[in-house]
Design a protein around this ligand. Structure first.
Ligand code: ZN
Length: 402
């Protein structure tokens, strides 16, 4: 049996319990065997002026766009379709070899930030090999596109074949499907895809209510998306959802359903316990959207986790930087809730909540040592979310990543 090792540091944040100043985490093999207050157990190693927190969860990214950093600057919110045109043009210019290189680059950046679980949307599953081989947990969502019934069925069949023929899931990597967005999928066909999910990893994610223009399209069949879809030869109003609620209803049966952005979703919208929101704070701000309703969702008990989105709209793939941005933007938002968004909420949203997302006995030894500033603070979360440089050390399944 592997030796057990006990680590201490300035503060241990179990997430599912209060912070433990100078507490300890004991790891045996790949599992956490104890999380204790200071003085209960002697430590084998003192990591110093750092916070020990669970491995971070980046619940929404697109690694295959990692070559686009700085090349498609976010537009104003009402010019979003112009930004989408830029993304499509960028994708057309990339060879498969380039896409693979972009994925490896983006993955390395995610891991370097302390991510131990990521939700990656992959247009054709191309990220699977790199992600499944990496020292991380992940859900690779195969994208599904098609506003017409015929196109949707073809795309969905491709995703199903991809999962069934060689990507059924490993100990650390699960497949999922991502019907792209209400303006690009046939809502009437969604339930048939959702019904097949028990055989396909049981995880689904959809971009939802990202822009006002999307809602205008769904409620009035008008606005900039009509021209955009017509240009692409994809305009088919017969497949359009009748508002975001139809998308939520059509995907409710999935065991784990995650909706990205929800920038303009009314916060009173009904969510089931298996349905979660992925909020991408810096991308949200880069497009100049109205303030995000994450606090209103959370007050109602809706699970909200964090994502970086891709390097096509975000400066980096550092998910802790997203949380620090939220802290700087909303200093009164409770630090313990923000830490949950960064860890256990994402793990539960992606269907890995029983394995990771908190420092608890029996869970995978996935943790990050985050350097802290030297000063004192009444609330230790304040130190964790202060903008502070320094190398983070990450342990995944009991092994330090170096
Ligand atoms: Zn996205």
């Amino acid at each position: 049996m592997a030796d057990s090792r006990t680590f201490t540091a300035r503060c241990v944040f179990p997430v599912t319990g209060p912070p433990l100043p100078n507490g300890t985490v004991t790891v045996q093999g790949n599992t956490i065997t104890a999380v204790e207050a200071h003085g209960v157990r002697a430590a084998d190693e003192d990591l110093g002026n750092v916070a020990i927190i669970p491995g971070l969860v980046n619940a929404h990214t697109h690694l295959d766009l990692s070559g686009a950093r700085g090349q498609i600057p976010p537009t104003s919110a009402d010019q979003f379709t112009d930004w989408l045109r830029g993304v499509i043009a960028f994708r057309k210019d990339c060879t498969q070899l380039q896409v693979k290189a972009h994925i490896r680059f983006g993955l390395a950046e995610c891991l370097n930030a302390g991510t131990t679980l990521l939700g990656d949307i992959s247009s054709d599953g191309a990220s699977w090999d790199a992600v499944a081989a990496a020292k991380t947990r992940a859900v690779v969502f195969h994208e599904v596109l098609g506003l017409s019934s015929q196109r949707f069925q073809h795309s969905a069949a491709t995703a199903v074949r991809w999962i069934c023929n060689g990507h059924p899931g490993t100990a650390t990597c699960s497949p999922g499907v991502s019907p792209h967005a209400p303006y690009s999928v046939c809502a009437d066909r969604l339930p048939s895809l959702t019904a097949a999910l028990p055989l396909l990893g049981n995880r689904i994610t959809v971009h939802l209510a990202e822009t006002k223009a999307e809602l205008e399209l769904l409620t009035k069949f008008s606005g900039p998306f009509v021209e955009f879809l017509t240009e692409l030869g994809a305009w088919d109003p017969s497949g359009l959802a009748l508002g975001p609620t139809q998308i939520l209803d059509a995907t409710r049966a999935a065991k784990h359903a995650l909706y990205a952005h929800c920038n303009y979703l009314p916060p009173e919208t009904a969510f089931a316990p298996n349905q979660s929101v992925a909020y991408c704070p810096r991308t949200h701000t880069a497009f100049g959207h109205s303030p995000h309703p994450f606090r209103e969702f959370m007050k109602r008990g809706v699970r909200v986790c964090l994502g970086t989105d891709s390097l096509a709209s975000n400066p980096d793939l550092d998910i802790l930087a997203e949380a620090r941005f939220v802290h700087a933007s909303y200093p009164d938002f409770p630090g313990d809730q923000l830490l949950r968004m960064l860890t256990i909420a994402g793990a539960e949203a992606l269907g890995w909540g029983s394995e990771t997302g908190s420092l608890e006995v029996g869970k995978s030894a996935d943790l990050v040592a985050v350097p802290l500033p030297d000063r004192e603070a009444a609330d230790s979360h304040e130190l964790l979310f202060a903008d502070h440089p320094g190398e983070r050390r990450t342990m995944f399944r009991g092994e330090w990543r170096d």
